[in-house]
Write a protein that binds this ligand. Sequence first.
Ligand code: SF4
Length: 693
Amino acid sequence: MVDTHCPYCSLQCGMTLARKGPALEVQPRPQRNAHSPDDEGALCRKGWTAGGLRGSRERLTTPLVRDRASGEWSAVDWDEALDLVASRLAAIRVAHGADANAVFGGGGLTNEKAYLLGKLARVALGTAMIDYNGRWCMSSAASAGNQAFGIDRGLPFPLADVEQADVVVLVGSNLAETMPPAARHLDRLRSRGGRVVVVDPRRTPTAERADVFVQPVPGTDLALALGLLHLVDAAGAVDEEYVASRTSGFETVRSTAAAWWPERVERVTGVGAGELRSLATLLTSSRRVVVLTARGAEQHADGTATVLAWINLALALGLPGRPYAGYGCLTGQGNGQGGREHGQKADQLPGYRMIDDPVAREHVAAVWGVPPASLPGKGVSAYELLSALGTPDGPRSLLVFGSNPVVSAPRATAVTERLEALDLLVVCDLVMSETAALADVVLPVTQWAEETGTMTNLEGRVILRQQAVTPPAGVRSDLEVIAGLANRLGAPSAWPTDPEEVFTELRAASAGGRADYSGISYDRIRDEGGLFWPCPTTADGVEHPGTPRMFADSFAATDGRARFVPVSYDGPAEPLDDAFDVHLTTGRVLAQYQSGAQTRRIRELPDTGPFVELHPLLAARIGVEDGRPVTVTTRRGALTAPARVVGSIRSDTVFVPFHWVGANRLTSDALDPVSGMPEFKVCACRVRPAGEV
Ligand code: SF4
């Protein structure tokens, strides 16, 4: 029996694994942590069935090389595969320069993998062209947190704190489906008499649990937040003492919100002025209010501004830093938090240091044993990187770790064409994903139960996944792949493959940074059940307890104050018109995870394929019945899938889940100018019965 954590979402539920013949038996395990009483042990169906990939016939167990002319795959041994990849990377660098090689990581990689991948790019390849799929997950909340609080930790308090709040406002989060055990916190809050508010264009299972459900037009959350701030101010409910002593910049934000009276908000958002006034009254009459955003608010071309608008509201109410109150982001991917802290982002070095900061470069270069000047500068965000592949000045090769952009990238058809234009595509994966199927070389790697490594969950709590079983013969860890390539490329520095050794190096690289892990060790995690960063090394040798709750006394900016940041509402990048007259939004379903590369291969999980959810009024207008095929068309492509006619969605909106090829062939590549987040959550579409234009 081995204690570990789920391979999927950012809740990182504790589980115990035992071998049962060729299979893995999964049991829920309470998470022990004095600061996080999330300790009952619970899993959703994805967690219960997570052992299903073990022993799958689809599991890759040997490196594969594809002949481009014939399309045939050949099995090769590891030395041949790594020699081939390293020699091709070296040749591309000689012919086209260091930035001609690119790296694409993932928010599901362990901290150790994310760290070593960033080092591979900067030290072994010398390329600035690295980014990762977490850019598409929570990057807007990250950039907003950095601007407002001077630091980005998704939840600056343990998730269980929400149980003690008076009101929780969930903006664009369907946690009852995406991370079901977390919904228990809402149930307990309500059993104490607290209220749950859900803001979502769909009446989701989370909205079904809410006391107040607000159903705005997709892409208008920013205007809603401005309208609430207007009403809070008009009611004289701004916490003036808090604003004066703990923040700066309120007056400009106050004047911006003044223009968002309820009737104007109603016209833009579709939320009635009366509803808005009732919600504002609920907020101003409650002391402990928690505002939580997720992808629904964040995956927009104005996602950073939208999150800032909700943070401005929280600051005006004096919430951040108050016990059992504040603002937080519910991160999505398993290591969505840690994945953005250790250097696989285009603009960052380990410890959440900015790559253009000379002090940061000096510190990290010293840990790596290389001159600071040898480190490349800032690269470009994930979609910008993918859309440059194979262009005359763009990268000629791409190494992909823990990602499946053929399914998950916006405007996926165009991204697929860019992948096909490369001289070299190398994919590390467990199975032949849709992206791996396009590769020149596929390297089979270990999965969660077969390896050890740390993850940082949505609370900023660093936990340890422990190896429970030996990997199948022929499979290597991502760390071994990275080290194997770095050594073949003649890279300076050490390239450990033992996860604990890598973590020791990561701790040194993070020391003094915003995400300081230097006081965290594998032994401490085992003993204490997880530690919240920042957890620095102390001068007196006494172990730092970690930081479960932040901002009680000061924020992370040098003056200790939070910033109000002015924002304006411009609306979605693609407004409706006569040709495309319905909003398309995308999201997840309970039984599937991200691009579905793993969960679609687990037999116990229903694999429905894509579907189109639409309101009965819209179905009647276009003449389609429940279950019949319907075609959704955007300016980028079309998808035909069965209609699901439901009363829970707005009548001007359709929903398509993104776990299968199709949804992201429709989505927009309009990017947030600050975070690089694409506008996955809204674009304009046309809906017709299949066969009609
Ligand atoms: Fe795994 Fe998330 Fe489900 Fe927990 S909620 S079992 S972490 S997928």
